[in-house]
Design a protein around this ligand. Structure first.
Ligand SMILES: [Zn+2]
Length: 137
């Protein structure tokens, strides 16, 4: 059964809970540096949860090396763990933003150049994620 989260907080509350980089990325839609981030090259077997609210977002079984410099997944886990929103912040490059269903944290973007079976690439900031080894999850 899916756990029901309701983890909405104000920016003032999040600023107290998160370090400056995590706040910038998850609450102000920042983007961390490619390659120089925690999970781009991370291959351990386990689960990726939201750094803000601990909701399950991705499974390492769906992670692949996209070459983009950010951790990339071809689907979320469970599939309804994220919300996809139109992002027109770069006017000539409409993108689809991905946020946490439970707490609205900005996670990254989804593109349609991913591998089978979905053809999708969820390009996610490491700073939005916390990793839990499968044995201990
Ligand atoms: Zn969250």
């Amino acid at each position: 059964m899916k756990e029901q989260h309701n983890e909405k907080k104000s920016d003032v509350e999040w600023r107290q809970l998160l370090d400056a980089e995590t706040f910038n990325i998850t609450r102000e839609k920042g983007t961390e540096k490619p390659f120089q981030n925690a999970f781009n090259d991370h291959k351990a077997d386990g689960l990726y949860v939201c750094v803000c609210c601990d909701a399950l977002l991705f499974d390492s079984q769906h992670k692949y090396d996209s070459g983009s410099g950010w951790p990339s997944f071809y689907r979320p886990e469970p599939e309804d763990s994220v919300i996809e929103l139109e992002d027109r912040s770069i006017f000539y490059m409409p993108r689809t933003e991905v946020t946490c269903l439970s707490c609205d944290a900005h996670l990254g973007h989804v593109f349609d150049d991913g591998p089978d079976p979905t053809g999708l690439r969820y390009c996610i900031n490491s700073a939005s994620l916390r990793f839990i080894l499968r044995d201990t999850a």
